[in-house]
Design a protein around this ligand. Sequence first.
Ligand code: NAD
Length: 294
Amino acid sequence: VKKKASRYEKQARKVSQAAVLGAGIMGGGIAYQSASKGTPILMKDIKEEAIELGLKEARKLFAKQVERGKLTTQQMAERLSNIRPTLSYGDFGHVDLVVEAVVENPKVKDAVLSEVEGLVSDDTILTSNTSTISITRLAQNLKRPENFCGMHFFNPVHRMPLVEVIRGEKTGDAAVAATVAYARAMGKTPIVVNDCPGFLVNRVLFPYFGGFNSLLEQGADFQRIDKVMEKFGWPMGPAYLLDVVGMDTAVHANEVMAEGFPDRMAQEGKSAIQVMVDNDRLGQKNAKGFYAYE
Ligand code: NAD
């Protein structure tokens, strides 16, 4: 897989200025990672509070590195200044690559991607951090689909090495090459994968969540399932993982998977995870999910 990614790198355009749309769990993490490895990044959201939260998280992560003696306070200030928070598209004309990381809703993503495409220069690479939505499907409304591909990070971004770079039907080599190179510049391990709902990792992960969900519906105790999966050797069980992912994001992603693979992924009635959303238990993002957080 590494070989395949490096094939693209030879012709890669360097990303000197990046931008991320959405300052949530993922957008904030992507901004931190880019800034930390030296690529300046604009972080845009529609909500001031989201930007504040994204910056707070980045500050916390940099401060930990200072505590551990890995960064000086001067270096922390420099790296932090690589993140430019914004509520407007003002400086998007000079951006080499955009990562869209807004909510997992195809309609919202369509609107945001079309809007940003009209504001960036003709050769800017647009990418989406969607967990599940087909890249070919998201490219449908774009004028320059050859400049668009998936750039799928995992949560938490600063700890998870893998990035899926997804080739849609119309994605060009230059977009894949620039995205692979940017992922590497961020210290990540990119793999280039073909397009389908869920790509590679979530095609494996979401059926696993489905299995967890049906155990819950049959009365199983989520804490026991987590403990067993940890003993099995996984770093965390499915309930804790869903708290990290965000219950709302998991429900949206599961809908896309069910649409793509109705025979395997469709679920009758309300899932246990949907019940969690209905009860405002979104996970770590609002401090209450399967577990409670400070
Ligand atoms: P989130 O709910 O934490 O954040 C989404 C952010 O998007 C919010 O801050 C919201 O204000 C902002 N937003 C909404 N509309 C916007 C717009 N028009 N312009 C700019 N910002 C806008 O969600 P998240 O977990 O960060 O997920 C974001 C994307 O990343 C989704 O597509 C999700 O599927 C994907 N993803 C999530 C995970 C995960 O574990 N949470 C992992 C990989 C990929």
